[in-house]
Ligand binder design. Structure first.
Ligand SMILES: [Zn+2]
Length: 405
């Protein structure tokens, strides 16, 4: 499934209508969750039936195709059950009530895309009506049945419309003379590859921190419920959105550049959730957004048909990449010096070579691969950027290579 995203050019009245729809979705979802909490033995079908009961009780619940909201409640319940069944460590994600719902989803009804692919009309009773789509991707090339769902999302800088298109993307990969790379993710350099090249860490959050702090301070000093507070809140949210977009953009471009320039990628399978538990480094690590980067690497690897291998992280930075001797060192020791063969190499470079070796072992079947389940959630994502202001320029990859049907 490819996701195409457009900004909505909505007027005030339409925005009000969208906000109403968002509230109704939240109401129905919460009602469904409440029902499940009270009665426990509820099936997806029961929730669907419950929706029609709600619609007869509350007038506003009629305006929306509420089945989709019930489905959302059901997904959260289902996920909780699955986590329990799979004995996932830690919290199991017990369904919570929503209080700041930001999206409303439509399946194949309730909307109509105009033949030019630039306007969408919502035909349910919320009164959103016909809205222009701002974006550069051409939706009109897809046959309508391929658009499986439409979702309106509220962000700090406006309203967006996402189209889930059932299509597959594949790109003919041009082999680059068999360049095999291992990459070691780090904080000093974003990553170091097994050829010794590094990519600088952009540290977007660190750079924006001063402004964020200032905006947060202004926000907290404004009187509760005042107009100024709302304004300050908006500014703060926009700044956070900017950092988020910068990170996403960087992760994506770096991943694409990496995949297009190599034929095999091996990376260390880190449990990011555990790594971030280190309080001293947590912010820097989240700022580096390795998870995002690695999911994009996996994604681009998939469409370019480049093997991307996750290897176990044990001793990759300790072992000598030349002779295999284990040289114990703490995090602060930045250079690998082998007392056995005398090799001196940058710590991360040494680790990257080890990661590549492990990856090649996996590729040749001599070692078991490590699953990359943690990164699979993002794999199917591919969002196009609208050409509106505030985004971080062109996204790489997609434009030159339109998705194949
Ligand atoms: Zn050595």
């Amino acid at each position: 499934m490819l996701i195409y995203e457009y900004k909505l050019d909505a007027n005030k009245k339409q925005i009000q209508a969208i906000d109403t729809a968002l509230r109704v979705v939240q109401f129905i979802r919460n009602k469904c969750i409440r029902l499940w909490m009270d009665e426990r033995v509820v099936s997806q079908n029961d929730l669907q039936v419950y929706c029609s009961t709600l619609a007869s009780q509350y007038d506003f619940a009629k305006c929306l195709n509420s089945q989709a909201s019930a489905d959302r409640a059901w997904f959260s319940i289902q996920r909780f059950y699955d986590n329990c069944k799979n004995k996932q460590p830690g919290k199991k994600g017990y369904p919570k009530f929503q209080h700041d719902n930001r999206s409303v989803e439509y399946k194949q009804t309730g909307w109509r895309l105009e033949s030019d692919g630039k306007h969408i009309e919502f035909s349910d009773h919320c009164g959103i009506g016909r809205v222009r789509l701002i974006g550069c991707r051409d939706l009109a090339t897809f046959p309508l049945p391929q658009i499986r769902r439409v979702r309106i999302v509220r962000r700090a800088d406006g309203y967006y419309c996402q189209f889930g298109v059932n299509a597959h993307r594949e790109i003919q990969h041009v082999p680059t003379t068999g360049r095999l790379l291992g990459i070691d993710m780090g904080l000093n350099a974003y990553y170091t590859d097994s050829e010794g090249n590094t990519v600088a860490n952009p540290r977007y959050l660190r750079k924006a921190e001063k402004r964020l702090k200032r905006l947060a301070r202004i926000h907290s000093k404004c009187a509760k419920k005042s107009k100024n507070r709302i304004k300050a809140q908006k500014k703060l949210a926009k700044m956070h959105l900017k950092v988020q977009r910068q990170r996403e953009d960087f992760a994506r471009k770096a991943a694409n550049a990496l995949i297009t320039s190599s034929d095999v990628i091996a990376y260390e399978k880190l449990s990011i959730r555990n790594v971030v538990k280190n309080h001293h480094l947590a912010k820097s690590m989240s700022d580096a957004s390795w998870g995002k980067f690695l999911s994009w690497v996996n994604y681009y690897g998939g469409i370019h048909n480049v093997p991307v291998i996750a290897v176990a992280p044990n001793f990759t930075s300790q072992d000598c990449s030349a002779c295999g001797t284990r040289v114990k060192k703490s995090l602060s020791v930045r250079t690998h010096v082998c007392h056995n063969c005398g090799m001196v190499l940058d710590r991360d470079h040494n680790a990257a070579v080890n990661i590549l070796d492990k990856g090649l072992m996996v590729l040749s079947g001599r070692q078991e691969p490590v699953g990359h389940a943690a990164h699979e959630t993002l794999l199917d994502r591919c969002a196009s950027t609208p050409v509106s202001k505030g985004t971080t320029g062109k996204r790489s990859g997609g434009k030159k290579n339109p998705p194949s049907l």
